[in-house]
Write a protein that binds this ligand. Structure first.
Ligand SMILES: [Zn+2]
Length: 298
């Protein structure tokens, strides 16, 4: 699926509908109320959704306007995408507003676990734009206030005219294959017992392949070869672009960097540990390695 970006990056005023972002949270419409003792729980007269099943995240303009004075707290900021002829804007908020019935704020991480591919792309783009706008209000060179550029999706300093484009931090992530095994690691930021691909930020001046070789060596101590690019994923925590690879083992024993990794090991393809969620590129890469392994066994 592809998004068509408008020529006017700030086309939010004429959008048909909007996604609402507040910090690391997104407004979503939930389809199911939690049942507590067979009853939908009510808190202060409002339905309380405990384990929401997300229906949608586009709020039409009329619904947003019906929030009355709260609407003034909305900061129209950016056009996000055109999908099927529909123009979608982002409203970035600094504080919560009263949402329509069955809508609630949900963390982006929780949302991504149950979002469709289209929803995930929209939310990912929205939260990254919101984060960029939130943290680039002033110029890093002269301290002047920034404002929206008239033609480009950029902020411009009102004093020295320096441009600030949306933040993007490229990262590498990948799995290493050794015959019928893959190398996975439980990182210090992962849930205990969940094993994922090796990942890290690309340093200034590096190619993605060089970064992957370095990260693997630093984090788990092994050498790799035959690096194959697989796919990429926008990862909005806050503004990463994950470049995914598969590589073959080339030598060395596992030695983990304890500042980054809790445990790393070779796992047989038919005996894998708990893996990351299906929405992550790490899981896509592991699934691909499994398919390659299965093909070799036929
Ligand atoms: Zn400036």
């Amino acid at each position: 699926m592809t998004f068509c970006l408008s020529h006017d990056a700030w086309l939010s005023e004429t959008a048909n509908s909007y996604i609402l972002i507040k910090g690391d949270e997104i407004a979503v419409k939930c389809s199911a109320l939690s049942k507590v003792g067979g009853q939908a729980e009510q808190v202060s007269g409002k339905a309380y959704v405990n384990s929401p099943s997300v229906n949608e995240l586009l709020l039409d303009k009329k619904s947003a306007l019906s929030s009355g004075s709260s609407f003034n707290k909305l900061q129209t900021c950016s056009h996000v995408a055109n999908i099927a002829g529909q123009s979608i804007g982002l409203w970035n908020l600094e504080e919560a507003i009263e949402l329509p019935q069955y809508w609630q704020w949900l963390s982006i991480r929780a949302f991504l676990k149950q979002a469709s591919e289209e929803q995930a792309l929209l939310a990912s783009r929205g939260v990254q734009l919101a984060h960029w706008l939130q943290h680039n209000k002033y110029c890093g060179s002269c301290g002047g206030k920034t404002q929206k550029h008239t033609n480009e999706r950029a902020l411009q300093c009102g004093s020295c005219e320096r441009l600030f484009f949306p933040d993007l931090a490229p990262c590498v992530i990948g799995v290493i294959v050794r015959e019928d095994e893959i190398l996975l690691a439980n990182g210090i930021n992962h849930k205990p017992g969940v094993y994922s691909a090796i990942a890290g930020f690309i340093e200034v001046g590096e190619t993605a392949e060089q970064a992957f070789i370095r990260e693997v060596k630093e984090e788990v101590g092994v050498n790799i070869k035959n690096i194959r690019y697989h796919s990429s994923q926008a990862w909005p925590f806050p503004s990463q672009l994950m470049l995914g690879f598969i590589a073959d083992y080339a030598g060395g024993d596992i030695h983990i960097d304890t500042n980054e990794i809790v445990h790393a090991s070779w796992f047989k393809l038919d005996d894998l540990p708990t893996l990351p969620g299906h929405y992550t590129i790490s899981r896509h890469l592991i699934d691909h390695a499994l398919k390659e392994g299965s093909a070799l066994c036929i």
